[in-house]
Design a protein around this ligand. Structure first.
Ligand code: 13P
Length: 248
């Protein structure tokens, strides 16, 4: 059985005072039945780890190297050293803003796993690609190039995040979500065998809110969510976590 996972991505949001939202989550979920991961900006990771209780803390990106002359970057080892347990890699905002390729993402994933971090690797198609009926081809290509051969159910989570659904309030139909998640599951089983292929958790991300979460969590092969805007406030994120718990 795959353990459900509710993950929050604060993106470039959050000052120290906003860790009060984490405090509220930590006191509400002292022994949660689903895994909860919160990924604040890098400046808050260490402080978040010191007060997160049963909630795991993750980074939003890391460099593929261990250390060196890379101004502005942080390594997987630095995140681990700060107390993080995971890192988001290959988010579409990084693929776009920083021209990250799937090969870059795979190199980062290897570094993250070597440092002992679980990777949440993001995949997603643009609206143009969906309208051209290329979604599965795009997702399949990103999946095979971004995921390292060393993937396991413990060191890898995949997040399907259609680019056009991020921050827009638009959400694919439940059939569309199910089609992509079933496809990702099949691809993972083909490449890694049933054992690993069935143990990797698949998250949906893109405008997940308290009022649509339960429907999304009922879709086959959806093991949780990667939540942006609605993870910034503990009340909204709690409602999503509770919906996931109820679906488990
Ligand atoms: P929203 O939930 O704000 O649409 O963001 C989704 C996302 O990109 C999470 O990584």
């Amino acid at each position: 059985m795959r353990r459900k996972l509710a993950a929050g991505n604060w993106k470039m949001n959050g000052l120290r005072a906003d860790l009060a939202e984490l405090d509220a989550l930590a006191s509400r979920y002292e022994a949660p039945e689903v895994d909860i991961l919160l990924c604040p900006p890098a400046t808050l990771v260490a402080e978040a780890c010191a007060r997160s209780g049963a909630i795991s803390i993750g980074g939003q990106d890391c460099h593929s190297g261990q250390s060196g002359a890379h101004t502005g970057d942080i390594s997987a080892m630095m995140l681990k050293d700060a107390g993080a347990g995971a890192v988001i890699l290959g988010h579409s905002e990084r693929r776009e803003d920083h021209e990250e390729s799937s090969e870059d993402v795979r190199a980062k994933a290897l570094a993250a796993n070597a440092a002992g971090l679980m990777c949440v690797i993001c995949l997603g198609e643009s609206l143009e690609q969906r309208e051209a009926a290329n979604t599965l081809e795009i997702i399949g290509g990103q999946l095979s190039a971004s995921v390292p051969d060393t993937a396991t159910g413990e060191n890898l989570v995949i997040a399907y995040e259609p680019i056009w659904a991020i921050g827009t309030g638009l959400v694919p139909s439940l059939d569309q979500i199910g089609e992509v998640h079933d496809f990702i599951r099949t691809q993972l089983e083909r490449r890694f065998g049933a054992g690993v292929g069935r143990s990797v958790r698949l998250l949906y991300g893109g405008s997940v809110k308290p009022d649509n979460a339960a429907d999304i969590f009922a879709v086959s092969n959806v093991d949780g969510a990667l939540v942006g805007g609605a993870s910034l406030k503990s009340g909204d994120f709690s409602a999503i976590i509770d919906a996931l718990n109820d679906s488990a």
